[in-house]
Design a protein. Structure first.
Length: 844
RNA sequence: GCGAAAGUGGCGGAAUUGGCAGACGCGCCAGACUUAGGAUCUGGUCCCGCAAGGGGUGGGGGUUCGAGUCCCCCCUUUCGCACCA
C-alpha cells in the first residue's frame, strides 16, 4: 500500500515547527565575497500589497531558498505600513474608531494569508518597535533638505482624490485617476503644500543612468527618461503690442519662427487676467476663457477621452510682435496648451508642427512654409505639417541655413539682443509630499505668528501622531482637529504656535528604508555608515514594474541627497534591478471589479501551498507574467504526489544508511567497488541537475527550467526499481541521490521537502543544511554523442570517448554508415570540428 | 506619434556563448490495472510522406560549414508615455 501525500497535514506541521524554531533568524555572516541581495517584492501575486524587504548575506542555496519566502529584519517596512494604513483609516472613518484597532486586524488577516503560503513575517512586532524611529529619521531627512532649500512650501494646484480625500503626487495620477481608485477622476484644488525639490536633481538622475545601463531593464530606464523629459530649446519674448509687455514662449524649433502665425496661451496663463482687464470686450473675453478652460485637455479629470481630443481656441483681440521678423501675429487662447510645461505659452507654426497645423487649419489661419526638405524635394503641406529638420526658406537673414545652424545662430541673436535665451526644460516636477491624512510621518514644521515658518529642532524629534484623533473623513487632516497636537510653542520665541498638520507621502519612507535594514538598531543616525559601506550598492534589487517611475526614481533621488550630505559616498543605490511578472487571469491583471480574481487562500486550501508555489514558478520564468490556469496546477500536484511516493517507497530501507550530503559532500556515495553503469547514469543525472540548478540560482533564475529538470530526475529515480532490486544500485548511492533531490526541491516546495528530509533521518530543516556541491566529474559523460553535418544537414551521429582526439573523431565521422553514403563520390572541401559539439563537412 | 519588450506545436514554455528545434508540463490518442476512474502506470503526440526522405521557430532578404539565436527591411501583439511645443 503506497503512502499518501497529504499536503494540508504536512504544511501545518512544518509551519508550526518553523515558527517555533525561528527558521530564518540566524544572523548573517559578513563575507564581502558573497552577493548581497535585496528583495523588495517577490511574490508574483497581485491581490495583496505583499511587500517584503530583506537584506541578507546568503550562501548560494539559501539565497534563493529564502528569495521568495523570507522573514524580515526587525524593521518596519513602510510600504507595507501604507498598505495597511489606508484601509485601516477608512475603516476608522466609517466606524468612528481609532485606525490602530483596524490595522492590527488587517495585519493579522494578511499574516494569515502569508502563513498559508508558507511565509512567516511578524508585522506586529515590527510595527510596534519601529514606527517612532522611522518618524524620527524621516523628519530628520526633511529638516536637512529644508535647510538646503530642497524642501519648500508653496500654494499650489494639486491633484486631489475625492475618495482618498487627499492629495496625490503626479506619479500617483494614472490616466487622470487615482492610482488606488482606478475609476475615480482626480480633481484640482489649491492648497499650501510641501514639496521636495527633485527637479534640482533632474540632470543627475538622467546622467547617472549611464551607471545603470546593463543592470537595469531598458524599459524601466526608458520610462524614467521619459518621465524626466529633458528637452533643449529657446525661450523667446513676443511683445504684446497693446500692453507693451512681453509674453515668453518656449520652443525646441526656433528655426521655424518665421513661420509663426499666432501666439497661443494656456487658459490658465497669468497674463490672461491682464488681457481681460485691458480688453475693450472684457465680458466676452472672460466668457471665452472660461469656455476654453472647461475644455482644457490638460485637466487631470479627462477620463476615457480619446487620445486626440478636439482642439479649441479663441482670439483674444490682442496681437504680439515676432522679435525676429517684426511681424504682428494674433494672440489666441488654446485648450491644448499646458500651463504646467514650459512657459504656458507657445508660438504656433502650422507648417511645421502637426498640432499647430490642425489648430490653424480649423481657425483659418495662414500656413506659410519656412523649412524645405534637405533632399531638395517639396513638402506636401496639404496633408499635414512637415516637422522634420531641413533648410530654412523665407526666413530673412537665416534663409538657406540648416535647421541646426539656424537654431544656434537664432538663439545667439536672442541672447545678444536680450529678447530670449537658450534653455533646457524638464517635464519632471517637484515632488509634492503633503498628505492630508493621519497615517504618515508628521511634517516637522511649526507656524509662529511672529517668527513665521520654524522647523522643529532635531533634538525634539520625533514628532509623533496623537492617539486621540477623530476620524471624520472630511476635508483636512484629522490631526488638524487635535488641539493637543496642533497647539505648541515656538522653538524660537517660546510664544504660542501651531504645528503643521499634514503628514508625509509614504513614498518618502520607501525612498531610504532599505538603507535602514542594514542596521535597524542604530539610534544616532538614520543609517550606519559602516553597514552601508559593507552592503551598498545593492547587488540585486527585485520588485514589480509598477514602481518604475514612483519608488525607483524617488529612491535614486534620495540617494543623491544622501550623497550630498555625506551620508553615503556613491550616487546610485542599486546596481541591478530585476522586475518580476505577476499572475494574470484571462489576459488581465486581477481585480475585483473585473471578477477575474484567483484566491490564493482557496488554492492553497485545495492543493497545498507547495503545489501553488511550484506551479507559479514552473509555468513561466519569473520576469514574465503568468496566465493562471486551473488545469496547469494539476500537473504540479501530480508531480509532488509522485515525488512523495517515489521517496517514501525507499525511506524504510534507507533511513539508517549514512551519507554526508548534509555537509555539502559531493562524492558518489558508492563504497567497496566501481560504479555500475546504472549508478553512473543516475549520478550523471543527479549532478547535471544539481549543476543546472546551482548555476541558475546564481545568475538566471529561470526556476521553470530548474523544476523541469527536477521532474526529469524524479522520473529517472522512479524507473530504478529493477536496478535496485538486482543490486545494481547501492543503497548509499540511491540515498545520496534522493537527498540531493529533496534538498533541491526544498527551494521550491519547502514543506514536503522538509517532511521527506526528516523521514530520511535528518533533524534540521532542509533549508538550514548545506547546499550540496555538484561534482564536475560525475556531471560529465564518459562518452559523447557527436552529430555529423554534411552541407549543413544532420546526417548521422557517432559516440566517442570524451578525450578522443580530433583527427580520430573526424575519421570516425567519415566512416559512419549514413555519413559515408553522403560522402561517397564527393570531394570534401572543408571540415569543421567543434570540440565536444559536432563535426561538419562541406562537400561538392 | 515617441519609447520598450515580445512573436517557437492545440496550450504554458525549453533550446545559457551561433552547433541535434520543440526539454519539462498541460491537453489529446491508444493501451494496462480496475466493479468503477476526474486515481495510477505504459506507449504515442511539429507538419507532409507507406517509406526513403523533405519541410519547419511571424514574413522577406543577408552573413556563415551551420541561424530560433547575428545583421537589414517589413508585419503583428503587448506594455509604458503622449496635444510636453
Amino acid at each position: 500500500m503506497d503512502p499518501q501525500y497529504n499536503p494540508q497535514a504536512i504544511e501545518s506541521k512544518w509551519q508550526k515547527r518553523w515558527e517555533a524554531g525561528h527558521l530564518f533568524d540566524a544572523e548573517p555572516e559578513p563575507d564581502s565575497a558573497r552577493k548581497k541581495y535585496y528583495v523588495l517584492e517577490m511574490l508574483p501575486y497581485p491581490s495583496g500589497d505583499i511587500h517584503m524587504g530583506h537584506v541578507r548575506n546568503y550562501t548560494l542555496g539559501d539565497a534563493l531558498a529564502r528569495y521568495k519566502w523570507m522573514q524580515g529584519y526587525n524593521v518596519l517596512h513602510p510600504i507595507g505600513w501604507d498598505a495597511f494604513g489606508l484601509p485601516a483609516e477608512n475603516a476608522a472613518i466609517k466606524h468612528q474608531r481609532h485606525p490602530s484597532e483596524f490595522t492590527f486586524s488587517f495585519i493579522d488577516r494578511m499574516r494569515g494569508q502569508l502563513k498559508r503560503l508558507g511565509l512567516s513575517y511578524d508585522w506586529r512586532r515590527e510595527i510596534a518597535t519601529c514606527v517612532p524611529e522611522y518618524y524620527r529619521w524621516n523628519q530628520w531627512f526633511f529638516l536637512r533638505m529644508y535647510k538646503r532649500g530642497l524642501a519648500y512650501r508653496k500654494k499650489s494646484r494639486v491633484n486631489w482624490c475625492p475618495l482618498c480625500e487627499t492629495v496625490l503626487a503626479n506619479e500617483q495620477v494614472v490616466n487622470g485617476c487615482c492610482w488606488r481608485h482606478e475609476d475615480t477622476a482626480v480633481v484640482e484644488r489649491d492648497l499650501e503644500q510641501w514639496f521636495l525639490k527633485i527637479t534640482a536633481y533632474a540632470e543627475r538622475l538622467l546622467i547617472d543612468m549611464k551607471e545603470l545601463r546593463g543592470g537595469w531593464p531598458e524599459r524601466v530606464l526608458a520610462m524614467q527618461e521619459n518621465w524626466i523629459g529633458k528637452s533643449k530649446g529657446t525661450l523667446v519674448d513676443f511683445e504684446i503690442e497693446q500692453l507693451g509687455e512681453p509674453v515668453r514662449v518656449f520652443t525646441t524649433r526656433v528655426d521655424t519662427i518665421y513661420g509663426c502665425t499666432a501666439v497661443l496661451l494656456a487658459p490658465g496663463h497669468p497674463l490672461v487676467e491682464k488681457l481681460i482687464a485691458t480688453s475693450p470686450h472684457a465680458g466676452s473675453l472672460r466668457e471665452k476663457v472660461e469656455r476654453i478652460k472647461a475644455s482644457s485637455t490638460a485637466l487631470p479629470a479627462r477620463v476615457g477621452d480619446e487620445a486626440n481630443p478636439e482642439k479649441l481656441g479663441a482670439f483674444t483681440g490682442f496681437t504680439a510682435r515676432n522679435p525676429y521678423s517684426g511681424e504682428s501675429v494674433p494672440v489666441w487662447l488654446a485648450n491644448f496648451v499646458l500651463m504646467e510645461y514650459g512657459t504656458g505659452a507657445v508660438m504656433a507654426v502650422p507648417a511645421h508642427d502637426q498640432r499647430d497645423y490642425e489648430f490653424c487649419k480649423q481657425y483659418g489661419l495662414p500656413i506659410p512654409q519656412v523649412i524645405a526638405p534637405l533632399d531638395g524635394g517639396a513638402a506636401d503641406l496639404s496633408q499635414g505639417a512637415f516637422s522634420e529638420y531641413g533648410r530654412l526658406m523665407n526666413s530673412g537673414p537665416y534663409t538657406g541655413l540648416t535647421s541646426e545652424d539656424a537654431q544656434a545662430r537664432m538663439t545667439g541673436e536672442a541672447e545678444a539682443k536680450g529678447f530670449g535665451k537658450g534653455t533646457t526644460q524638464y517635464r519632471l516636477r517637484d515632488w509634492g509630499i503633503s498628505r492630508q491624512r493621519y497615517w504618515g510621518t508628521p511634517i516637522p514644521i511649526i507656524y509662529c505668528s511672529k517668527c513665521g515658518v520654524v522647523p522643529v529642532p532635531e533634538s525634539d524629534l520625533p514628532v509623533v501622531l496623537p492617539m486621540n484623533a477623530r476620524f471624520t473623513g472630511r476635508g483636512a487632516s484629522p490631526l488638524a482637529e487635535v488641539a493637543d497636537f496642533v497647539n505648541t510653542i515656538c522653538p524660537k520665541c517660546r510664544g504660542a504656535a501651531r504645528r503643521e498638520t499634514d503628514t508625509m507621502d509614504t513614498f518618502v519612507d520607501s525612498s531610504w528604508y532599505f538603507y535602514r535594514y542594514t542596521d535597524p538598531k542604530i539610534s544616532t543616525a538614520p543609517v550606519s555608515q559602516a553597514a552601508v559601506k559593507y552592503w551598498f550598492p545593492v547587488d540585486q534589487y527585485i520588485g514589480g514594474i509598477e514602481h518604475a517611475i514612483l519608488h525607483l526614481i524617488y529612491m535614486r533621488f534620495f540617494t543623491k541627497v544622501m550623497q550630498d550630505i555625506n551620508l553615503v559616498d556613491f550616487s546610485e543605490p542599486v546596481a541591478r534591478l530585476f522586475t518580476q511578472g505577476m499572475v494574470i487571469k484571462d489576459g488581465a491583471k486581477m481585480s475585483k471589479s473585473k471578477g477575474n480574481v484567483v484566491d490564493p487562500t482557496q488554492m492553497c486550501a485545495r492543493y497545498g501551498a507547495d503545489t501553488v508555489r511550484l506551479y507559479m514558478l514552473f509555468a513561466a520564468p519569473p520576469e514574465r507574467d503568468l496566465e493562471w490556469s486551473d488545469a496547469g496546477i494539476e500537473g504540479a500536484a501530480r508531480f509532488l504526489n509522485r515525488v512523495y511516493r517515489v521517496v517514501a517507497k525507499h525511506v524504510g530501507a534507507l533511513g539508517t544508511v549514512q551519507t554526508r550530503v548534509s555537509e555539502g559532500d559531493s562524492e558518489s556515495g558508492i563504497v567497496g567497488r566501481e560504479p555500475t553503469p546504472e549508478e553512473r547514469r543516475l549520478l550523471l543525472k543527479v549532478h547535471r541537475t544539481l549543476r543546472h540548478v546551482s548555476e541558475d540560482m546564481e545568475e538566471r533564475w529561470h526556476y521553470n527550467t530548474d523544476i523541469a529538470m527536477l521532474m526529469d530526475l524524479v522520473n529517472e529515480i522512479g524507473d530504478l526499481d529493477p536496478a535496485i532490486e538486482t543490486g545494481k544500485i547501492q543503497a548509499s548511492c540511491l540515498k545520496m541521490s534522493i537527498e540531493v533531490l529533496v534538498r533541491m526541491l526544498s527551494i521550491f516546495a519547502p514543506h514536503i521537502a522538509d517532511e521527506l528530509w526528516e523521514s530520511l533521518g535528518h533533524d534540521e530543516p532542509a533549508l538550514k543544511t548545506f547546499w550540496p556541491k555538484y561534482n564536475a566529474a560525475l556531471a560529465q559523460e564518459d562518452e559523447l554523442e557527436i552529430p555529423i553535418q554534411i552541407n549543413g544537414k544532420l546526417r548521422g551521429r557517432i559516440r566517442v570517448a570524451r578525450d578522443a582526439r580530433e583527427d580520430d573523431i573526424v575519421r570516425m565521422a567519415q566512416a559512419e554508415e549514413k555519413a559515408a553514403q553522403y560522402l561517397s563520390g564527393k570531394a570534401v572541401i572543408k571540415t569543421v570540428y567543434v570540440p565536444q559539439k559536432l563535426v561538419s563537412f562541406v562537400v561538392k
